[in-house]
Write a protein that binds this ligand. Structure first.
Ligand code: ZN
Length: 325
């Protein structure tokens, strides 16, 4: 008890002396923010926390700000303790995972008794890691990375409330809801109707489909557009082939709706998985109709960073062909 009283007494002396200085010079005492790291480089699956010390604290607000298009945007406001000095856990908000590089600072507005301060600018670089878990939105499935186990099936599927053709009209619930929103926005923006052509396809069906394409087109051609069973994103329940109502899906790329989808799918957590000119990376010819749900943050990261493929976002290298059996 004696120690607490002593500490309070010391703080009081500092505050009183600060007030005297302020009266004499009309300048409030300076505010300091320490232990704010100026550079971070971290994986998107982790959290970024700085433990900063702010003096004087006195119950003031601390604004966590991100620079977006040249402006400082407040992402969170934290309240300091009422002591003379306060320690604060500053957790970056999720936006740090949505661009390859982001810039952050802390701003502590002035009060009647203390001056404002703005911290140094922190630069944050983020990397995304591919997952081997078929249930993860970050699962990477390509010719070099089959699903594990190879006959994996989602535990929950549902039929999105969108126009659909064919019997493979189910998706994982999160992807289904996202496709509903994308379809509604597409209709608002273009007046055109987006149609689901093929969603979840189980291992057994993919095996039949691939065998049929091999028979009809020959191996060399079929392997450029059809995945072997266990290597198809459709088996994750996160992939949706779409087209415009009345247009065969193989002609979807010629429509203005396809251009709108390519520009806006990311806003709803989808990427156009097999873009033009990326055959060597993805192993497949361009498929403007094949959307893959990856979640809004990773989709934003690809869009804003100008990253065309998941192979590049994850840094896993190209997957042009199957490993020899
Ligand atoms: Zn597809």
């Amino acid at each position: 008890m004696r120690r607490v009283l002593a500490a309070t007494a010391v703080s009081a002396v500092i505050i009183i002396s600060g007030a005297v200085i302020a009266q004499a010079s009309h300048v409030p005492p300076p505010t300091s923010v320490t232990s704010w790291r100026e550079h971070d480089r971290q994986s998107a699956g982790t959290t970024l926390i700085d433990v900063v010390t702010v003096t004087p604290a006195l119950g003031r607000a601390v604004e966590l700000q991100e620079r977006v298009d040249g402006r400082w945007v407040t992402r969170a406001t934290m309240r300091l303790a009422h002591g003379y000095t306060a320690q604060l856990d500053v957790r970056l908000t999720h936006q740090w995972t949505t661009r390859p590089v982001t810039w952050w600072r802390l701003h502590v507005p002035a009060t009647e008794t203390a001056a404002a301060v703005t911290s140094a600018v922190k630069r944050v670089e983020v990397s995304w890691e591919a997952s081997d878990d078929p249930a993860s939105f970050q699962v990477l499935v390509n010719k070099e990375r089959p699903l594990d186990p190879v006959d994996w099936a989602p535990s929950a599927l549902l039929r999105p409330d969108v126009a659909a053709v064919g019997r493979h009209d189910q998706l994982r619930p999160v992807a289904a809801r996202a496709l509903e929103r994308l379809t509604a926005r597409a209709h608002d923006a273009t007046g055109e109707q987006l149609v689901l052509v093929s969603g979840y396809r189980p291992y057994g069906y993919q095996h039949e489909l691939h065998a049929r394409y091999l028979h009809e087109h020959g191996a060399a051609e079929a392997e450029t557009f059809s995945a072997r069973a266990g290597h198809s994103e459709h088996q994750t329940g996160l992939a949706a082939d779409v087209t415009q109502a009345g247009v065969p899906f193989t002609d979807f790329g010629t429509t203005s709706l396809a251009r709108w989808v390519a520009g806006h799918a990311w806003e709803h957590g989808f990427v156009v998985r097999y873009p033009e000119g990326a055959e060597r990376l993805t192993g497949y010819a361009a498929e403007p109709w094949h959307l893959r749900y990856v979640g809004k943050d990773l989709a934003a990261y690809l869009h804003r960073g100008g990253v065309a493929t998941l192979e590049e976002a994850f840094g896993t290298g190209p997957a042009p062909d199957y490993a020899p059996r």
